[in-house]
Write a protein that binds this ligand. Structure first.
Ligand SMILES: [Zn+2]
Length: 397
């Protein structure tokens, strides 16, 4: 087994699910690897109480008592531009175990594949970055090459937020998230919302004397589907790879409290895609207007309008502001890679907001991320690693 495969399999065997002790533990393991490779290492405990109290804190959906930041630095010889590779070490839980052919944290190697939760999202990309930095030790570019290992990406971005708060910066950044080796210079945003529909409860045997909140939700749901269709009709060229780049979905619906009663209230929660270059305020206004129009068309809802609340994760859309970085990455691949914007948010938005031009490019298919029997092709990890090394060699020269 070659070194790349061995390191990747070893990392996949650490069940670094967000919020667990192993999420903290894998950072010390990676710090040891970096020290052994001669990198300068900054391993620090994230000041969670301080970070979570800051006004721009991006959110955290799983509890953490302890979390670490980690940056390895290959110091430049001086005078060149710096480049950061930013990879998250947290993985999502394996989900239904019976859907897996094997232990989700086996790190099993079969042919060109390494299997396990996190293999694709994104320990494959992380290994590509680590080995690229090691490769650069010989070339010694003038600018610094940094490899940042971050926690909490899957639940808001506490790791990258903490890294920026600690003062780490670079002239450019690549996030080796699974893009199937496509170059991804933009991310759509996403907002979380809650709708409350008021009905009027009575005995179900006399239902016509009440008003079902479920029935009153139906025209609102239809209006949201129409809004989604409108918002996905004429999209930015980067988003045309997807049939519905700005998806709007109702994820939960709770109504009523008794099977023989007309449901007096319905609460629905959903996820709402924000278009590239759209502000969250504009997106919110569009949804609120669609809900208001649906209510105005119904005599009951006109009197008892559906309320909209915005809560939970708020991901702003983001775009790499520096096309030269995108072009340099395209050139470094040595092929003509696909280019598209991702329909979901990532740490790209936090880095771009801090003024760091950022692009995503990494091994593995996004469809496999968060899925059972997740795997990453070893050949793609190796190709990504070579691209990242070439990019650094030119960018930091
Ligand atoms: Zn990821």
């Amino acid at each position: 087994m070659n070194e790349l495969t061995e390191l990747l399999s070893e990392l996949v065997r650490v069940p670094s699910v967000g919020g667990t002790a192993q999420e903290a533990g894998i950072q010390t393991m990676l710090a040891d690897w970096m020290r052994d490779e001669g990198l300068e290492v900054d391993l620090w405990e994230l000041p969670l109480a301080k970070l979570t109290a800051l006004p721009a804190f991006p959110g955290m959906e799983v509890p953490r008592d302890r979390a670490y930041g980690l940056v390895g630095r290959l110091p430049g010889t001086g005078g060149g531009q710096s480049l950061m590779f930013n990879g998250h070490v947290d993985v999502v839980p394996p989900g239904n175990l019976s859907a897996w052919a094997d232990d989700p944290f086996s790190g099993r190697v079969e042919g060109d594949r390494v299997y396990g939760r996190g293999a694709c999202d994104m320990k494959g990309g992380l290994v590509a970055a680590l080995l690229a930095v090691r490769e650069l030790k010989r070339a010694r570019p003038r600018g610094d090459v940094l490899v940042a290992c971050v926690v909490g990406e899957e639940d808001g971005g506490v790791g990258t937020y903490g890294l920026l708060e600690r003062g780490w910066r670079a002239d450019a950044c690549v996030i080796p998230e699974p893009t199937g080796l496509a170059v991804v210079p933009a991310n759509a945003g996403a907002l979380t919302f809650r709708l409350r529909v008021t009905g009027s409860s009575t005995h179900a045997a006399r239902r016509t004397g009440g008003v079902s909140a479920v029935e009153k939700f139906l025209p609102v749901f239809a209006a949201l589907r129409e809004l989604e269709a409108d918002r996905n009709r004429d999209v930015d060229p980067l988003m045309r790879a997807w049939d519905t780049p700005y998806a709007l979905e109702i994820g939960t619906v709770h109504a009523g409290d008794w099977s023989s009663s007309v449901p007096g209230e319905l609460v629905a929660e959903g996820r709402y895609g924000v278009a590239l270059d759209e502000t969250p305020q504009q997106a919110k206004a569009a949804l609120e207007a669609a809900v208001a129009a649906a209510c105005a068309a119904d005599p009951w809802l006109a009197e008892h309008p559906v309320t909209v609340e915005w809560w939970g994760g708020q991901f702003v859309p983001a775009r790499n502001p520096n096309p030269a970085l995108t072009d340099a990455l395209v050139a470094a691949t040595g092929v003509t890679p696909e280019q598209w914007g991702a329909p979901y948010g990532s740490d790209l938005r936090l880095l771009a907001a801090a003024g760091i031009p950022t692009v995503q490019y990494g091994p593995g298919a996004i469809e496999l991320a968060h899925a059972p029997d997740e795997y990453v092709p070893i050949s793609e990890v190796s190709a990504a690693s070579a691209t990242l090394a070439r990019l650094a060699a030119t960018h930091c020269a």
